[in-house]
Design a protein around this ligand. Sequence first.
Ligand code: TYD
Length: 394
Amino acid sequence: MKCKITNKSIDPFMNFGEMPIANGFLDKKDFSNEFFFKMEVGFNEDISLFQLNDHPKPEKMFNENYPFFTGSSEYMKNHFSEYAKFVKKYLKSNSKIIEIGSNDGTFLKNFIKETDKLVGFEPSKNVADIALKHDIPTINSFFNKESAKKLKDFAGNTDLICASNVICHIPDLNELIETIDMLLTSDGTFVFEEPYLGSMFEKVSYDQIYDEHIYIFSASSISKIFKKFNFELVDVIPQITHGGSMRYIIKRSKNEISKNVKKILDYEAEKKLDKLESCLNFKMNCEKSKDNIVEKINLFKKEGKAICGYAATSKSTTILNYCNIDSNKIDYICDTTKEKIGKFSPGMHIPIKDMSYFHNNLTDCVYLFAWNHKNEILDKEKNYKGEWFSHVEL
Ligand code: TYD
């Protein structure tokens, strides 16, 4: 495939093998026609962009069955309320606000009292319906020129556009930025958060890579991409969410730039995050991580220990399929999401059970797939006396 920004071919440096849709939890009857794609990653040095070589069509992933709800984590609800407080400094009286990928409205609901001029774009109907039920204005559509043009009042008139964990889902970044340009006021602000390449490399958390995450961004890539459209990265603020994310603040190029930007760009240059070299090192670390986790699980099984998984995250799909871990190794995965319970994990077909099943069928060891929610989960499950483990350090 070609890089959407530079139109240059993506030269993959790593192949994770055949992957199913990460959130494609399925029934037994659908095993035989499950969709797979070859998951390879490449790096475009011109814009320092880490990206999938190929990806399924967005409609295959974000549809009426999308099983991710922002409000499923208490910690994330709190995070979004803090995030909302942070962006208030970019608002004037009666400002218009847009959220791209507004999910169940967890973020936008923090503004509902302040302005009646807000709207979220959410392509997955089931999650958009939850926001609408709570009276949060939501357009059940992908965010693009066509859908944004319908919001006539917002064109050139929007002071703030926000997004979280969604910009990396959007294949056509050119159109995305042009649409943002069309909507923002001359001193408007675009703020977004995404899993951070630096954290993924440091933790070897390669499970951040799956069909939905077409890009894993860094400050270097964001700065280079937005400059092409006369926007400037004016501030960056590291976040602990999703195992290490970055909040990027973008304004039109005439604006002042915070010292944080130079600091992070220097850090990235030192770590060679803007070069293919760091990717090749990451590849080696992924291979080692796979060997280690497979060995650990084999040892548990040799010792006669039963294992279950905790939280059927999208991320777990990459781990299970890349490491070829199936229901012979992991008895079941427990999860709180009713849309996943009773189904089977994508590709490896491990049964998904509810939390009471977990409490009634405790195993000797538990693979924590939601390692990014470790504090919240270990606190909730403090009575469990077996062994927690994961492919990242807990
Ligand atoms: P998360 O790491 O937020 O996302 P992703 O799926 O993008 O990797 O994990 C969300 C999943 O974890 C969701 O299926 C709900 C589940 N979960 C639990 O089952 N229990 C919990 O306490 C938490 C926080 C999440």
